[in-house]
Design a protein around this ligand. Structure first.
Ligand SMILES: Cc1cc2nc3c(=O)[nH]c(=O)nc-3n(C[C@H](O)[C@H](O)[C@H](O)COP(=O)(O)OP(=O)(O)OC[C@H]3O[C@@H](n4cnc5c(N)ncnc54)[C@H](O)[C@@H]3O)c2cc1C
Length: 331
């Protein structure tokens, strides 16, 4: 762990990564191996921590706990001399070519900046459901559909997305229902037609309580007194994108509030990059890791080109050039 005194000096890092989740760690490994002076600042709330068994990440046939994936990623980055700071960056400004980051604990300086700040999936507003998160309550059918095959699945939501979610879940289970939790359905006519066609049950009463044992959902008690047997709940309440810092720097966001990037993860602001779920990509660990790696490659390349322009690569040759000058003639 980096010491406070190390950061009190105005040392300008080549790269600062904000966010030590999947995207940030993957970038850090690449940057460390490219021998870039890299600091990762992380507030410690990676969504990966919520997943007890990640089954869709390459290389772990038996699955891996999200916490372990983060732990190994950090060890791998530290092995390549990447430094870490436990802090939350609250604001950023630019001083010429340098980003000045104001954390809750320290101020940091960097030439290139990667925003890998992630998102937050909003849990449904249903009492008692949070402890089932990642065990029997999920946000993502691509991550968790496979593990709920043939279960009784409820989709919580009242819009087109909820309907499409329910239809998508039919690939995993024939027993799918929609619970609007007291919200008036506001899906399109076409979506209403699909509900009709596939005879998807729709419960519109508010969910008063979720019965569960050892994090396993057993059923809903509805406000109208009805009891509904359910094994798994998926929610479509939406996400909060952690884009405050990107906005402070004037980076372009898309209509959904995600940071716009090119294929090398460059944002609309020079020297500012972004990777992971805060970008418009599909929010999956392996994709976040890939984007982190792509961003690191681009930053490394951009720094290299900058060194060619300002002749700063020369410092790596200095010792040898000095020695060559002192070699006697004819030797
Ligand atoms: C319950 C659950 C289960 C999931 N299961 C799976 C699964 O099985 N498979 C799968 O592929 N995906 C799964 N996901 C999604 C997966 O967690 C994300 O795809 C992945 O974590 C995204 O990586 P990221 O680096 O973009 O964001 P994160 O891993 O969330 O990391 C973002 C990091 O940035 C830090 N940060 C944010 N703002 C600041 C700041 N201002 N200063 C400092 N640090 C900051 C946060 O503390 C956090 O550590 C699941 C998600 C949830 C919620």
């Amino acid at each position: 762990m980096i010491q406070h005194k190390d950061l009190d000096d105005p040392h300008v890092r080549e790269v600062i990564v904000i966010g030590g989740g999947i995207a940030g760690l993957s970038a850090a490994i690449y940057l460390g191996r490219a021998r870039r002076d890299t600091l990762v600042i992380d507030s410690g709330h990676s969504m990966a921590k919520w997943e007890p068994v990640v089954e869709n990440y390459l290389g772990f046939p038996g699955g891996i706990h999200g916490e372990d994936l983060l732990k190994y990623g950090r060890q791998q980055a530290e092995r390549h001399e990447v430094r870490f700071a436990q802090d939350k960056v609250e604001s950023i400004e630019r001083a010429g070519e340098v980003f000045v980051l104001h954390g809750q604990k320290q101020t940091y300086h960097g030439k290139r900046l990667l925003l890998a700040t992630g998102i937050f999936h909003l849990p449904p507003e249903i009492p008692g459901v949070k402890e089932c998160l990642g065990h029997s309550m999920f946000f993502c059918k691509d991550c968790d559909g496979y593990r709920v095959q043939d279960k009784r699945i409820a989709i919580c939501g009242a819009n087109d997305e909820a309907v499409e979610y329910a239809l998508g879940m039919l690939l995993y289970s024939p027993c799918v229902m929609i619970a609007t939790n007291g919200e008036e359905p506001h899906w399109s006519k076409q979506h209403a037609g699909w509900i009709e066609e596939y005879k998807i049950p729709v419960h519109t009463a508010r969910i008063q309580d979720v019965e569960h044992r050892e994090r396993q959902i057993l059923g809903f008690l509805m406000e109208d007194g009805q009891k509904v047997k359910v094994d798994n709940l998926f929610t479509t309440r939406g996400d909060i994108f952690h884009t405050e810092l990107a906005e402070q720097l004037g980076a372009k966001l898309d209509g959904e509030g995600q940071v716009v990037v090119d294929h090398c993860m460059r944002t609309s602001v020079p020297h500012l990059y972004s990777a992971g779920c805060v970008t418009p990509s599909n929010c999956q660990m392996i994709i976040a890791a890939g984007e982190g790696a792509a961003a690191a490659q681009a930053m490394n390349r951009d720094l290299f080109e900058e060194s060619l322009k300002n002749h700063s690569l020369r410092r790596y040759r200095e010792v040898q050039l000095r020695e060559e000058e002192t070699v006697p003639e004819g030797a």
